[in-house]
Design a protein around this ligand. Structure first.
Ligand code: PGA
Length: 245
Protein backbone atom coordinates (compact mmCIF):
# COMPACT_ATOMS: atom_id res chain seq x y z
CA UNK A 1 0.00 0.00 0.00
CA UNK A 2 0.96 3.57 -0.52
CA UNK A 3 1.26 4.09 3.22
CA UNK A 4 0.52 7.78 3.06
CA UNK A 5 -2.44 7.79 0.71
CA UNK A 6 -4.70 4.79 1.26
CA UNK A 7 -8.14 4.89 -0.33
CA UNK A 8 -11.00 4.39 2.12
CA UNK A 9 -14.54 4.11 0.78
CA UNK A 10 -17.77 4.23 2.81
CA UNK A 11 -20.70 2.34 1.32
CA UNK A 12 -23.78 3.47 3.25
CA UNK A 13 -26.08 1.06 1.41
CA UNK A 14 -29.78 1.84 2.11
CA UNK A 15 -29.10 3.72 5.33
CA UNK A 16 -29.35 7.40 6.29
CA UNK A 17 -31.83 10.12 5.43
CA UNK A 18 -30.48 13.56 4.51
CA UNK A 19 -30.81 14.64 8.14
CA UNK A 20 -28.88 11.57 9.33
CA UNK A 21 -26.20 12.41 6.79
CA UNK A 22 -25.88 16.00 8.04
CA UNK A 23 -25.44 14.85 11.63
CA UNK A 24 -22.94 12.21 10.53
CA UNK A 25 -20.81 14.60 8.47
CA UNK A 26 -20.66 17.18 11.22
CA UNK A 27 -19.30 14.56 13.60
CA UNK A 28 -17.02 13.11 10.93
CA UNK A 29 -15.35 16.42 10.03
CA UNK A 30 -14.98 17.32 13.70
CA UNK A 31 -13.22 14.04 14.44
CA UNK A 32 -11.07 14.09 11.31
CA UNK A 33 -10.42 17.64 10.14
CA UNK A 34 -7.92 16.41 7.57
CA UNK A 35 -6.18 13.23 6.52
CA UNK A 36 -3.66 11.97 4.02
CA UNK A 37 -6.10 9.22 3.03
CA UNK A 38 -8.31 9.58 0.00
CA UNK A 39 -11.81 9.32 1.50
CA UNK A 40 -14.81 8.46 -0.67
CA UNK A 41 -18.42 8.26 0.49
CA UNK A 42 -21.22 6.51 -1.38
CA UNK A 43 -24.52 7.59 0.20
CA UNK A 44 -27.96 6.61 -1.13
CA UNK A 45 -29.01 8.52 -4.28
CA UNK A 46 -31.31 10.81 -2.29
CA UNK A 47 -28.45 12.11 -0.17
CA UNK A 48 -25.65 12.47 -2.74
CA UNK A 49 -26.38 16.13 -3.48
CA UNK A 50 -26.31 17.12 0.20
CA UNK A 51 -23.11 15.23 0.86
CA UNK A 52 -21.53 16.83 -2.21
CA UNK A 53 -22.42 20.28 -0.85
CA UNK A 54 -20.94 19.62 2.55
CA UNK A 55 -17.79 17.97 1.35
CA UNK A 56 -14.42 19.20 2.35
CA UNK A 57 -11.76 16.76 1.27
CA UNK A 58 -14.07 13.82 0.54
CA UNK A 59 -15.20 12.49 -2.84
CA UNK A 60 -18.87 11.58 -3.22
CA UNK A 61 -20.31 8.90 -5.47
CA UNK A 62 -23.11 6.42 -6.04
CA UNK A 63 -23.66 2.78 -5.13
CA UNK A 64 -25.22 1.87 -8.46
CA UNK A 65 -26.16 3.17 -11.91
CA UNK A 66 -28.29 1.96 -14.82
CA UNK A 67 -26.56 0.39 -17.82
CA UNK A 68 -28.35 2.53 -20.44
CA UNK A 69 -27.69 6.22 -20.95
CA UNK A 70 -31.35 7.29 -21.21
CA UNK A 71 -34.79 5.74 -21.73
CA UNK A 72 -38.05 4.43 -20.32
CA UNK A 73 -36.55 2.70 -17.29
CA UNK A 74 -38.87 3.60 -14.43
CA UNK A 75 -37.02 4.19 -11.20
CA UNK A 76 -33.52 4.10 -12.64
CA UNK A 77 -30.68 6.64 -12.53
CA UNK A 78 -28.16 7.23 -15.33
CA UNK A 79 -24.46 7.98 -15.13
CA UNK A 80 -25.07 11.35 -16.77
CA UNK A 81 -27.54 12.25 -13.98
CA UNK A 82 -24.93 11.33 -11.40
CA UNK A 83 -22.35 13.43 -13.12
CA UNK A 84 -24.76 16.37 -13.28
CA UNK A 85 -24.95 16.45 -9.48
CA UNK A 86 -21.15 16.23 -9.16
CA UNK A 87 -20.89 12.61 -8.11
CA UNK A 88 -17.38 11.51 -9.00
CA UNK A 89 -17.43 7.72 -8.75
CA UNK A 90 -19.77 4.73 -8.88
CA UNK A 91 -19.58 1.35 -7.16
CA UNK A 92 -20.23 -1.35 -9.72
CA UNK A 93 -20.68 -5.12 -9.39
CA UNK A 94 -21.24 -5.14 -5.65
CA UNK A 95 -22.19 -8.66 -4.58
CA UNK A 96 -25.51 -7.47 -3.14
CA UNK A 97 -26.40 -6.08 -6.56
CA UNK A 98 -25.23 -9.24 -8.28
CA UNK A 99 -27.16 -11.49 -5.86
CA UNK A 100 -30.34 -9.50 -5.14
CA UNK A 101 -30.85 -7.34 -8.24
CA UNK A 102 -29.75 -9.54 -11.09
CA UNK A 103 -26.62 -7.58 -11.94
CA UNK A 104 -25.23 -10.25 -14.25
CA UNK A 105 -21.68 -10.10 -15.57
CA UNK A 106 -23.04 -8.63 -18.81
CA UNK A 107 -24.85 -5.86 -16.94
CA UNK A 108 -21.82 -5.12 -14.77
CA UNK A 109 -19.82 -4.69 -17.97
CA UNK A 110 -22.43 -2.35 -19.49
CA UNK A 111 -22.64 -0.33 -16.28
CA UNK A 112 -18.89 0.00 -16.19
CA UNK A 113 -18.97 1.30 -19.75
CA UNK A 114 -21.58 3.94 -18.83
CA UNK A 115 -19.54 5.02 -15.83
CA UNK A 116 -16.44 5.48 -17.98
CA UNK A 117 -18.29 7.15 -20.84
CA UNK A 118 -19.46 9.80 -18.41
CA UNK A 119 -16.04 10.44 -16.98
CA UNK A 120 -16.77 8.90 -13.60
CA UNK A 121 -14.46 6.64 -11.64
CA UNK A 122 -15.64 3.02 -11.38
CA UNK A 123 -15.03 0.97 -8.26
CA UNK A 124 -15.40 -2.56 -9.55
CA UNK A 125 -16.26 -5.13 -6.86
CA UNK A 126 -15.37 -8.78 -7.28
CA UNK A 127 -15.39 -11.69 -4.88
CA UNK A 128 -16.11 -15.36 -4.43
CA UNK A 129 -18.82 -17.09 -2.37
CA UNK A 130 -17.93 -19.45 0.44
CA UNK A 131 -18.72 -22.52 -1.65
CA UNK A 132 -16.54 -21.23 -4.50
CA UNK A 133 -13.69 -20.69 -2.06
CA UNK A 134 -14.12 -24.15 -0.56
CA UNK A 135 -14.13 -25.67 -4.03
CA UNK A 136 -10.81 -23.95 -4.81
CA UNK A 137 -12.48 -21.74 -7.41
CA UNK A 138 -11.54 -18.31 -6.05
CA UNK A 139 -9.03 -17.45 -8.78
CA UNK A 140 -11.25 -18.79 -11.54
CA UNK A 141 -14.23 -16.75 -10.32
CA UNK A 142 -12.20 -13.56 -9.96
CA UNK A 143 -10.66 -14.00 -13.40
CA UNK A 144 -14.10 -14.40 -14.93
CA UNK A 145 -15.53 -11.40 -13.07
CA UNK A 146 -12.62 -9.12 -13.93
CA UNK A 147 -12.27 -10.19 -17.56
CA UNK A 148 -16.00 -9.95 -18.28
CA UNK A 149 -16.41 -6.56 -16.60
CA UNK A 150 -13.43 -5.09 -18.43
CA UNK A 151 -14.02 -6.80 -21.78
CA UNK A 152 -12.46 -4.57 -24.48
CA UNK A 153 -12.11 -1.71 -21.99
CA UNK A 154 -8.92 -0.20 -20.77
CA UNK A 155 -9.89 2.51 -18.32
CA UNK A 156 -7.21 4.95 -17.35
CA UNK A 157 -8.93 5.32 -14.03
CA UNK A 158 -10.20 2.30 -12.10
CA UNK A 159 -10.34 1.01 -8.54
CA UNK A 160 -10.80 -2.70 -7.89
CA UNK A 161 -12.36 -3.91 -4.64
CA UNK A 162 -11.89 -7.50 -3.55
CA UNK A 163 -14.91 -8.34 -1.44
CA UNK A 164 -15.29 -12.02 -0.58
CA UNK A 165 -19.06 -12.55 -0.46
CA UNK A 166 -18.77 -14.61 2.72
CA UNK A 167 -17.17 -11.66 4.54
CA UNK A 168 -19.74 -8.99 3.68
CA UNK A 169 -21.91 -8.00 6.61
CA UNK A 170 -21.12 -11.27 8.37
CA UNK A 171 -18.43 -10.16 10.82
CA UNK A 172 -16.04 -12.65 9.18
CA UNK A 173 -13.10 -10.74 7.77
CA UNK A 174 -10.64 -12.45 5.47
CA UNK A 175 -7.30 -12.60 7.25
CA UNK A 176 -4.83 -10.00 5.99
CA UNK A 177 -2.82 -12.88 4.48
CA UNK A 178 -5.84 -14.23 2.58
CA UNK A 179 -6.69 -10.77 1.27
CA UNK A 180 -3.06 -10.05 0.34
CA UNK A 181 -2.84 -13.34 -1.59
CA UNK A 182 -5.93 -12.54 -3.63
CA UNK A 183 -4.82 -8.95 -4.21
CA UNK A 184 -1.51 -10.25 -5.53
CA UNK A 185 -3.39 -12.57 -7.86
CA UNK A 186 -5.63 -9.74 -9.15
CA UNK A 187 -2.65 -7.47 -9.68
CA UNK A 188 -0.89 -10.15 -11.74
CA UNK A 189 -4.04 -10.68 -13.77
CA UNK A 190 -4.39 -6.97 -14.53
CA UNK A 191 -0.75 -6.87 -15.50
CA UNK A 192 -1.30 -9.75 -17.91
CA UNK A 193 -4.29 -7.94 -19.42
CA UNK A 194 -2.90 -4.43 -19.61
CA UNK A 195 0.78 -4.45 -18.75
CA UNK A 196 2.04 -2.18 -16.04
CA UNK A 197 -0.98 -0.08 -15.09
CA UNK A 198 -1.62 1.24 -11.66
CA UNK A 199 -4.96 0.00 -10.31
CA UNK A 200 -5.47 0.39 -6.57
CA UNK A 201 -6.97 -2.74 -4.99
CA UNK A 202 -9.12 -2.33 -1.89
CA UNK A 203 -10.29 -4.97 0.52
CA UNK A 204 -13.93 -5.07 1.62
CA UNK A 205 -15.86 -7.34 3.97
CA UNK A 206 -16.50 -6.63 7.65
CA UNK A 207 -13.65 -4.13 7.96
CA UNK A 208 -13.72 -2.63 11.47
CA UNK A 209 -11.47 -0.37 13.56
CA UNK A 210 -10.10 -3.59 15.09
CA UNK A 211 -9.07 -5.15 11.76
CA UNK A 212 -7.97 -2.02 9.89
CA UNK A 213 -4.38 -1.79 11.11
CA UNK A 214 -3.48 -5.39 10.27
CA UNK A 215 -5.02 -5.07 6.81
CA UNK A 216 -3.21 -1.77 6.26
CA UNK A 217 0.11 -3.40 7.10
CA UNK A 218 -0.07 -5.53 3.94
CA UNK A 219 1.62 -3.80 1.02
CA UNK A 220 -0.79 -5.50 -1.41
CA UNK A 221 -3.81 -3.76 0.20
CA UNK A 222 -4.32 -0.18 -1.00
CA UNK A 223 -7.29 0.63 1.21
CA UNK A 224 -10.75 -0.53 2.21
CA UNK A 225 -14.37 -0.53 1.13
CA UNK A 226 -16.36 -0.33 4.33
CA UNK A 227 -20.07 -1.03 4.76
CA UNK A 228 -21.50 -1.49 8.25
CA UNK A 229 -18.69 0.19 10.18
CA UNK A 230 -18.83 3.26 7.92
CA UNK A 231 -22.30 4.12 9.19
CA UNK A 232 -20.85 5.27 12.49
CA UNK A 233 -18.72 8.39 11.99
CA UNK A 234 -16.42 7.60 14.93
CA UNK A 235 -15.78 4.06 13.73
CA UNK A 236 -15.16 5.20 10.18
CA UNK A 237 -12.66 7.77 11.42
CA UNK A 238 -10.89 5.06 13.44
CA UNK A 239 -10.63 2.91 10.33
CA UNK A 240 -9.13 5.80 8.35
CA UNK A 241 -6.67 6.44 11.17
CA UNK A 242 -5.86 2.70 11.27
CA UNK A 243 -4.86 2.92 7.62
CA UNK A 244 -2.85 6.11 7.93
CA UNK A 245 -1.01 5.73 11.22
P1 PGA B 1 -19.45 -4.68 5.34
O1 PGA B 1 -19.83 -4.33 3.82
O2 PGA B 1 -18.29 -3.80 5.70
O3 PGA B 1 -20.70 -4.35 6.12
O4 PGA B 1 -19.12 -6.13 5.38
C1 PGA B 1 -18.85 -4.12 2.85
C2 PGA B 1 -19.51 -3.86 1.54
O5 PGA B 1 -20.61 -4.35 1.32
O6 PGA B 1 -18.97 -3.15 0.68
Amino acid sequence: MDQKNPIIVANWKMYKTDLDAKVYLQEFFELLPKTSARVLIAPPFTTIRDVVKSRQYIEVGAQNVHEESVGAFTGEISAMMLRSISASFVICGHSERRRLFNDTEERVHLKLKQILLNGLLPILCVGETVSEREAGQTEKVLTRQIESALFRLRPSNLILAYEPVWAIGTGKTATPEMAADVHGFCRDLLKKLWGDVKVPILYGGSVTPETATALAAKPEIDGALVGGASLDAAKFVQIIKGFTS
